[in-house]
Write a protein that binds this ligand. Sequence first.
Ligand SMILES: C[S@@+](CC[C@H](N)C(=O)[O-])C[C@H]1O[C@@H](n2cnc3c(N)ncnc32)[C@H](O)[C@@H]1O
Length: 400
Amino acid sequence: MKLKISDIDDLGRGLAKDDGKIWFINKALLDEEVDVKVILDKKKYGLGKIHKILKASKERKCSFCPYSFFCDGCAFDITSYENSIKLKEDAINKMFKYENIIIPEFKIVKNPKTLGYRNKISLKVLDGQVGYYEEATHNFIAIKHCALVLEAINKVIEDFNLYYFKKGNLQIRSNDNNEILLIISTKEPVNISDDLYQKHKIVGVIINDEVVYNDSFFYERRNGLLYKVSYDAFFQVNAWISEKISQDIMNFITSDDIILDLYCGVGYFSLKMALKAKEVIGIEVLKNAVLDALKNKELNHLNNVNFLLGKVEDKIDKIAKKFTKVLVDPPRSGLDKKTINFLLAQEIPTIIYISCNPKTLKRDIKVLIEKYKILDLKGYDMFSYTKHVECVCILNLRYL
Ligand SMILES: C[S@@+](CC[C@H](N)C(=O)[O-])C[C@H]1O[C@@H](n2cnc3c(N)ncnc32)[C@H](O)[C@@H]1O
């Protein structure tokens, strides 16, 4: 089927219209003419995969990745880094404009290390090989390398042996000291050979949530602080960009602030803000992350920060305190209704909204602007070459 790409959506896909139907084509650029293989064909829309490029865009470049054709992890590896940023900025500007939400021109802070920046990878294991399934298929693609992850992770992937285990999931995490945590879930026996331990700085192996080798965590230095991070706790994937976000946020914090940090993880932002603010309280649902956060408070000798275990939506209305700022950094699904209603009712003067999903950020801002105005909205290229963008929005109560 032949299509002409007329737009790029907020997920980095090329859009083409044909006979009243919208087609979404991965890795297609504006104005390109492509011959596509149909992957999904619904009444109003369809998904296609490029079979042949009939007319290529001037912006098209040869990918840095040998798996580019099969892997949809990157949406923009087929163009220059500069163009990938422009496409992401345009899509988000358009998204807000479409909803009539007035924002300052949306710009993205670039990543100084556009490859080899990610500290975590999640892979499938099949017949002893590591890889992933091609999108919308059962085709398993074995890999020996991913251009986005830290070198220490790639070295483990290269050495992954056919006999370690046959089938399951493998997550590899690394830190600023090239240490490695291997997190495996499988029903098969696992036999990791001694060479892997000798060649790599493996500090922990966790199988089906049980520690079978050494520790279940490592430490990482960031923001001028020391963080303990458990194998299952969230930790910002891109060191430079996450530090840049912390620095930028600190410009809004004052020594009088009493701050509520919702979805605080191991205390990444809470601890940094506690260096300047009067008091910080974090809420997080994952037990290991809260235990890490309490340990991190101790490691960094901070007495003005505390952490509560539980769901944000269950805990927020139980803290009797007058907060001056609230930082929210929810999962991709964004804020739930109860949390938004709490924020509107409490009228906390400033909301710092950190989001890894511009769509849910836009949805939540649309409700919050009933009482808040947007002071600043910026993007950060935390996930270079992929479709994802990290955003930070500063909202101030209108009467301020
Ligand atoms: C995007 S991460 C942000 C973590 C932290 N702000 C950081 O920068 O490391 C989202 C966090 O929210 C937690 N979480 C998810 N749903 C939650 C909920 N309903 N209540 C509290 N925490 C939740 C996750 O466990 C995760 O640690």
